[in-house]
Design a binder for this molecule. Structure first.
Ligand code: NDP
Ligand code: BG6
Length: 517
């Protein structure tokens, strides 16, 4: 059956990766790897990094000779870290033995983020554990940004492996707060590291459907012919969450939704949706095209922005929905940080001039969803107008739309007009050519974004990581708006927890030519 074949294909891919990893180890039989987790006591380490390392280890993706070292200030042990991470690791009973082996490869080192001798001690510990001063070293910075500078400097100074061992530094967002602070961080990093050593993670680049955009666009002639302003009326990239800040308000309030989601995740998706065809699938070729595209976007104008903040819905039966953003104890009482934003961008190049690219993101809405909608222009001519009006006096032929659902339930579907089956005459209805992954690829496990990305770092592949010039361009586009938001110069629209969205945003999108269906 088809799903059987697909399953086999997926297995083949995983086998090939596993083979490449094994070769990575066997080409240099003496070389081992050390994976350091900075901020090992924290939330991201517990929820994502440790579980991901375990899954990669369990599935045989990691090099044979490897050690994992957690580092943080807290006086805890590796056992405590594993206790906290246990519920995210999802260890099955039959995996207990393998899990125990994984646990034994882990250790934890207590230290400050700005004390030289703590880093010297970490280095000694790493040499002792790996019994090799030239082991390759990967550093994951699961830390708040205020300590990035000292940590990266001290790692470079005291924890570099002896050649031929390499060092790779994985940096979590936020990469700065605006263009200036981002450039400052980039300058700092470039003093201590060469660009090849830096992996700026944007976990949306590790999502299946985001990776699929490149294939869908460039491996299908039928789509590449219509992927331009002649055929496309509008593009909308949507991020929705059905939860509020949930205790992360302290972090979130300093950033807001534009910095937290739009400047990075949505802007990355936009650049892949709109870039020209890269020369090859090599990381540099793809990233060159993304930057070229971003350079064609002018900074967002205030009239193209809608921002909002959620308030509690006192009538809701759901206790969480009764709490507004300002009710979060970690948020200052008078905060005007947006939890919802819509930005409409224009790409001033030959392919896209005049086509609105609408980036919309919001927390505390009615559902969790991320999707890309490519809306095509109206079918020309009036051939079906009378048939449509017979059924609906205000009716019009719906536009075709290609939807890529990033999450949940990955899917690609094309909305089309067809004749309602069995009816006499032309009764037109919308239907879908539907590729829902859960139906088509039954039984295929889609790896978590972090699994792919951490594996990429081991392999030295940078396709799915953000280059410093990309970052610079993305900040340049949103910077003027962030300034106005920070100065409270844009109206902040309140919306109730759990609503579908903000009407003002829908109206603005419609004004730019996106027809809501
Ligand atoms: P945490 O607040 O949990 O911080 C991680 C660790 O850093 C803490 O355990 C603590 O360790 C140390 N730390 C915390 N605050 C400070 C401080 N002010 N000064 C020095 N050290 C401090 O952060 P997260 O794990 O949530 O996030 C880490 C990074 O990952 C951040 O950059 C965040 O933006 C990013 N991120 C997080 C996501 C998540 O889901 N949590 C999702 C996407 C990105 P100790 O005191 O033991 O040294
Ligand atoms: C993070 C943001 O980068 O992405 C969070 O900081 C957001 O605020 C998260 O909740 C969403 O990620 P995902 O993979 O759950 O869509």
């Amino acid at each position: 059956s088809t799903s059987q074949t697909t399953r086999e294909t997926a297995d083949c891919i995983f086998e090939r990766l596993r083979f490449q990893i094994t070769r990575l180890g066997s080409a240099t039989p003496l070389t081992s790897h050390i994976f350091f987790i900075f901020g090992a006591s924290g939330d991201l380490a517990k929820k994502k990094i440790y579980p991901t390392l375990w899954w990669l280890y369990r599935d045989g993706f990691l090099p044979e000779r490897i050690r994992f070292i957690g580092y943080a200030r807290s006086q805890i042990t590796i056992a405590t870290i594993f206790e906290h991470a246990a519920k995210y690791m999802k260890v099955e009973n039959h995996e207990r033995e393998t899990f125990q082996k994984f646990v034994e490869l882990n250790s934890y080192c207590v230290g400050h983020y700005d004390v030289e001798k703590d880093f010297q001690h970490l280095n000694d510990e790493a040499n002792r554990l790996s019994k090799q001063e030239s082991a390759h070293r990967l550093f994951y910075l699961a830390l708040p940004p205020n300590v990035y500078e000292s940590v990266t400097e001290l790692i470079s100074k005291h924890c570099r492996p002896k050649p031929p061992g390499w060092i790779r530094l994985i940096v979590e967002k936020p990469f700065g707060k605006d263009l200036q602070s981002s450039n400052k961080l980039s300058e700092h990093l470039s003093k201590c590291y060469v660009e090849e050593e830096i992996y700026r993670i944007d976990h949306y680049l590790g999502k299946e459907m985001v990776q699929n955009i490149i294939v869908l666009r460039f491996a299908n002639h039928i789509l590449s012919r219509v992927w331009n302003r002649d055929s496309i009326a509008a593009v909308i990239i949507i991020f929705k969450e059905d939860i509020g800040t949930q205790g992360r308000g302290g972090y979130f309030d300093q950033f807001g939704i534009i910095r937290d989601v739009i400047q990075n995740h949505l802007m990355q998706i936009l650049s892949i949706v709109a870039m020209e065809k890269p020369r090859s699938t090599k990381g540099e070729d793809i990233r060159d095209e993304k930057v070229k595209l971003l350079r064609c976007i002018s900074p967002v104008k205030p009239e193209d922005v809608v921002i909002g903040q959620y308030i509690g819905d006192k009538d809701s039966g759901d206790v969480e929905h009764q709490q507004g953003y300002l009710d979060d104890k970690t948020v200052p009482d008078n905060s005007t940080t947006p939890t919802y934003a819509q930005l409409i961008l224009n790409i001033n190049n030959e392919r896209w001039a005049g086509v609105p690219f609408i980036l919309r993101a919001g927390k505390a809405l009615n559902e969790k969803k991320a999707e890309i909608r490519i809306q095509f222009r109206d079918a020309p001519g009036a051939m079906f107008d009378e048939d449509i009006r017979e059924n609906d006096p205000n009716g019009r032929l719906a536009r075709d739309e290609l939807v890529m659902r990033v999450q949940p339930n990955e899917a690609i579907y094309l909305k089309l007009n067809t004749k309602r089956p069995g009816e006499m005459g032309f009764i037109i209805e919308e239907t879908e050519l539907d590729l829902t992954y859960g139906d088509r690829y039954q039984g295929v496990k889609l790896p978590d974004a972090y699994e792919r990305l951490i594996l990429d770092v081991f392999m030295g592949s940078k396709i799915n990581f953000v280059r410093s010039d990309e970052l610079q361009e993305a900040w340049r586009i949103v910077d003027p708006i962030l300034e106005l938001v920070d100065q409270k110069k844009l109206p902040l629209i309140p919306y109730k927890f759990g609503v579908f969205g903000i009407p003002e945003a829908f109206e603005a999108a419609a004004k730019h030519g996106y027809i809501f269906r």
